[in-house]
Design a protein around this ligand. Structure first.
Ligand SMILES: [Zn+2]
Length: 561
C-alpha cells in the first residue's frame, strides 16, 4: 500500500500540482464569492492520485462545468457532494490501444469501457480504421447509411457521426495504414509506386488535418503487410512533421519478433517519428526467452534518442481473426477472392499446411478457442480447435476453412500463447503501459454476442488490482501514472491525464482494495468491481457503479504542439 500523506502536508505541497484552493486563471475563485453552490460537484475527502506518479494525498476535488476547479479543502458549496472517504480518486483511465471505432455508434454509452474507469479510448489501431475511402469507393457508398449516418470518406465524417450520436467517453483515432493503402494501392501484394506513396502521404496529411492523431500499422494483416520498410518510413515523415504518433502492430510477434522490433525502431529513427509499439509480446513458448532482449533493444533506442514507448494487455492470451491462419499470399484481394482460394483444392492444401504449422507453434489446437459464430456454428463458441474438430467430424484446418467460408471470413478466436512472467516484465517496464486492444461491448443488446477476449471489460481494473496491488509489479502511484499521464503524453492530449486545476474533469473514484476485473474467458461480458464513480468532462457518468446515461464524451482531435 502507499504511504498516505496527511491533509496538512497536502495543503503545503498542493502548489506543486498548481492548484490548492483556487482556479486556474483566477476566474470564479478570485476574491470572496457569496453565491451559493460555487461548484457543480465536490468529490470529498478522497485519496487523490495526481497521475504524475506522486504519492496520493487526501483532498477534495471541486468540479465546475467540464473542468476541475479546485483541489484541496474546498468547502461544501456544491450542487452535489460525493463522499470519497476511503476511496481512491484518479484521472480517468486512458486506453491508447483499442478497436472501439464504429461500435461506439452501436453502444454510445461505451459500456465495457466506462465501467472499468476508462474515460478516453484511442481507436484506429493495428492498421484498421473506418476511413479513409477512395473516391471510387466513396462514390459507390455515399448514398448508403453507415450505422444510420451518412457514409463518410475521411476521419472528419466519422467524428461527425460520433458527435451527433453523442458518446459517453472521449475518443481519438489513428488512421489505419491498411485502409489508407487499400484506398490508394488496393488490396493486393504489390509495392506502392512513388506516386502512390505521395498520394498516401497527402491522404494521411488530410486525416491528421481533420484530427487523426497519427498512423497505425498492422503488418501481420492484409493489405498493410504488403508495404515495405521504405513505405513505412515515407508515411512516418508525415507523422513526424505533424508531431503525431506512429503505432505499430509489428510484422512479426513470434519467431522473428526481434527483426520486427528492429524495423519498427528503424522507421522511427529514419522518419524522426514518435513510436508506440502495440501489444508488445513474445508469442509461442519457443520465443518466451526473448522478452528481456526485446526490452533491451527498446531501451537502447530510447537512450539513443528515439521517442519510443509500448503498450500491453494484462493477459497471456491474444485475440484476432481466424483468418490469420491463412497465409498472407492467400489473403490478397477481396473477401470473395480469399474465400475462393479457400474453396480451391490445390490452394487449400498449401493454406492448410501453413495453418497446421501455425497451430503447432501455438502449442496445439487446445490453445486456440473459437469466440464467435452464428446460427448452427454458435455451438463452437468457447470450444478449442480439438473439440471443434471432434464435434464437427473434420480435421482442424477443414473446420477453420468451413467456419471462414460460412461467416464470410469473419470469425474471432483467442489463443493462449504468452507467459505471465513476460506480461509482468512488460507492464512493469518504465516505457510500458496497459492497453486493452479491446472493443466496446455490452452485456445486453447487439454487442453481447459471443465470448470475446475479456480484456475489453477488464484491462484496467486487472492491471491495477491483480498486477499492481496484489502482485506488486509496481507501486500504485506509478500504476496510475501508466494508466493516465503516460498514455496522455503519447497522444499529446492537452489538459487531460492528471488531476490539476483547469484540467478537464475526467475522473475515476474507486475502491483500491476492491478494484478487480470480473470478465473471464468463459464468461466475458462482466463489468469489473470497485469502480464507484466516473466523471467524463465533468459529467457524472457512473454513479455508485451504475451508468447514469450521460453522454458527455467528446472527440479529441490532434494538436500539433
Ligand atoms: Zn494488433
Amino acid at each position: 500500500m502507499n504511504k498516505k500523506v496527511s491533509r496538512r502536508k497536502f495543503i503545503k505541497t498542493s502548489a506543486l500540482i498548481g492548484c490548492g484552493i483556487g482556479l486556474a486563471g483566477g476566474g470564479i475563485m478570485s476574491g470572496f464569492i457569496s453565491v451559493r453552490n460555487r461548484f457543480d460537484v465536490i468529490i470529498k475527502n478522497g485519496l487523490v492520485y495526481s497521475g504524475n506518479g506522486d504519492l496520493p494525498v487526501v483532498a477534495d476535488i471541486a468540479i465546475k462545468g467540464d473542468k476541475i476547479a479546485a483541489i484541496g479543502e474546498v468547502g461544501e458549496s456544491a450542487n452535489k457532494i460525493i463522499n470519497a472517504d476511503k476511496l481512491a480518486v484518479s484521472p480517468g483511465f486512458i486506453d491508447i490501444h483499442t478497436h472501439t471505432d464504429t461500435n461506439l455508434l452501436i453502444c454510445p454509452e461505451g459500456d465495457s469501457r466506462i465501467y472499468q474507469g476508462i474515460t478516453t479510448d484511442v481507436g484506429g489501431n493495428c492498421g484498421g480504421s473506418p476511413f479513409p475511402y477512395s473516391d471510387v469507393e466513396f462514390e459507390k457508398q455515399k448514398n448508403k447509411l453507415r450505422r444510420g449516418y451518412p457514409a463518410w470518406q475521411h476521419v472528419n465524417g466519422f467524428f461527425d457521426a460520433l458527435e451527433k450520436n453523442k458518446i459517453s467517453i472521449n475518443y481519438a483515432s489513428f488512421t489505419g495504414h491498411g485502409d489508407l493503402r487499400s484506398a490508394v494501392v488496393g488490396d493486393n501484394d504489390i509495392p506502392a509506386t512513388k506516386e502512390q506513396i505521395e498520394q498516401m502521404k497527402n491522404l494521411l496529411q488530410h486525416q491528421i488535418d481533420c484530427g487523426s492523431i497519427g498512423i497505425s500499422y498492422g503488418l501481420e494483416y492484409a493489405p498493410g503487410s504488403y508495404a515495405n520498410t521504405r513505405e513505412l518510413v515515407e508515411l512516418c515523415r508525415v507523422v513526424a512533421k505533424n508531431n503525431a504518433l506512429y503505432a505499430i502492430h509489428m510484422r512479426n510477434e513470434d519467431d522473428n519478433v526481434e527483426d520486427a522490433i528492429r524495423e519498427a525502431i528503424e522507421v522511427a529513427r529514419q522518419a524522426g517519428a514518435r513510436l508506440e509499439i502495440s501489444h508488445l509480446k513474445a508469442q509461442n513458448a519457443n520465443n518466451w526467452y526473448k522478452a528481456p532482449n526485446m526490452l533491451k533493444m527498446i531501451e537502447e533506442a530510447y537512450a539513443d534518442g528515439v521517442d519510443i514507448a509500448f503498450d500491453r494487455y494484462p493477459y497471456i492470451a491474444f485475440s484476432t481473426g481466424l483468418s490469420t491462419f491463412i497465409p498472407l499470399w492467400a489473403r490478397q484481394g477481396s473477401t470473395g477472392e480469399i474465400l475462393e482460394r479457400l474453396s480451391d483444392k490445390t490452394n487449400f492444401e498449401k493454406i492448410s499446411q501453413y495453418a497446421e504449422s501455425r497451430i503447432k507453434r501455438l502449442g496445439g489446437g487446445q490453445n486456440v478457442i473459437i469466440t464467435s459464430g452464428t446460427g448452427d456454428n454458435a455451438k463452437y463458441i468457447g470450444k478449442n480447435l480439438i473439440e471443434c474438430a471432434e464435434a464437427s467430424h473434420r480435421q482442424e484446418t477443414d473446420f477453420i476453412r468451413d467456419m471462414l467460408i460460412t461467416h464470410n471470413g469473419h470469425v474471432d478466436m483467442v489463443c493462449f500463447a504468452m507467459t505471465e512472467d513476460n506480461v509482468k516484465m512488460f507492464l512493469a517496464h518504465k516505457l510500458g503501459m496497459p492497453a486493452s486492444d479491446g472493443y466496446v461491448y455490452s452485456p445486453t443488446g447487439e454487442l453481447s454476442a459471443g465470448k470475446p477476449h475479456p480484456r475489453s471489460y477488464g484491462t484496467f481494473p486487472r492491471f491495477f488490482g491483480k498486477y499492481c496491488r496484489d502482485e506488486k509489479i509496481t507501486d500504485l502511484a506509478t500504476a496510475i501514472m501508466k494508466m493516465t499521464k503516460l498514455p496522455a503524453s503519447r497522444i499529446n492530449l492537452k489538459n487531460r491525464g492528471t488531476i490539476q486545476a483547469g484540467y478537464f474533469a475526467d475522473i475515476v473514484v474507486f475502491d483500491e482494495n476492491k478494484i478487480i476485473d470480473k470478465a473471464e474467458f468463459t464468461n466475458p461480458h462482466q463489468f469489473a468491481s470497485g469502480i464507484e464513480h466516473v466523471f467524463v468532462n465533468g459529467a457524472h457518468t457512473i454513479n455508485k457503479g451504475k451508468h447514469t446515461g450521460c453522454r458527455n464524451g467528446t472527440v479529441l482531435r490532434h494538436v500539433t504542439t
